[in-house]
Design a protein around this ligand. Structure first.
Ligand SMILES: [Zn+2]
Length: 156
């Protein structure tokens, strides 16, 4: 399973949306698990939760979606791009690899090779996520972890 279902903020909302961890800690994105557009949380009122497209910054996309407290979800504003059915898999793959870089001190290539053998990801995602594409992020993830460790007082 690539996704973990979430019930969002209100118990009355059925688990129609999947919630996934985004690039940075404490950011999430949401999708229906059907390859349609993915969203970030935008704001909520007592009756609805509003979402904006994950490509809001990157493409200036005005795509929006609304989740009513009754459970009805709809894409409410048009997007300026097609949905990317690999988006969720790529993000998940990337997050998985970066978590591994932070958590395990083994070779980058070994981490990446292992992820690329993982059948949870489509063949397309696995072939796209190359060392060339991920190396910088992997280095940053590992360096960040090392800096964090060495700044702990009991390690000095
Ligand atoms: Zn969009």
């Amino acid at each position: 399973m690539v996704s973990t279902p979430s019930t969002l903020a209100c118990d009355a909302v059925p688990a129609v949306l999947f919630r996934e961890r985004g690039y940075r800690d404490n950011t999430f994105y949401y999708h229906l698990g059907d390859g349609s557009h993915a969203y970030h949380y935008n704001l909520e009122t007592t009756s609805s939760i509003y979402f904006k497209c994950v490509m809001y910054h990157q493409l200036g996309c005005g795509g929006r979606a609304i989740l009513k407290m009754g459970g009805e979800f709809r894409h409410s504003h048009p997007h300026n791009h097609l949905p990317d059915p690999e988006y969720v898999g790529e993000k998940h793959f990337r997050q998985n690899v970066l978590d591994d870089c932070r958590g395990r001190f083994v070779d980058h290539k070994e981490i990446l090779d292992q992820a690329r053998r993982d059948r949870r990801y489509s063949r397309r995602v696995r072939s796209k996520m190359t060392m060339r594409r991920l190396r910088n992020s992997m280095n940053r993830a590992r360096m960040g972890q090392m800096c964090m460790r060495s700044s702990m007082p009991f390690l000095n």
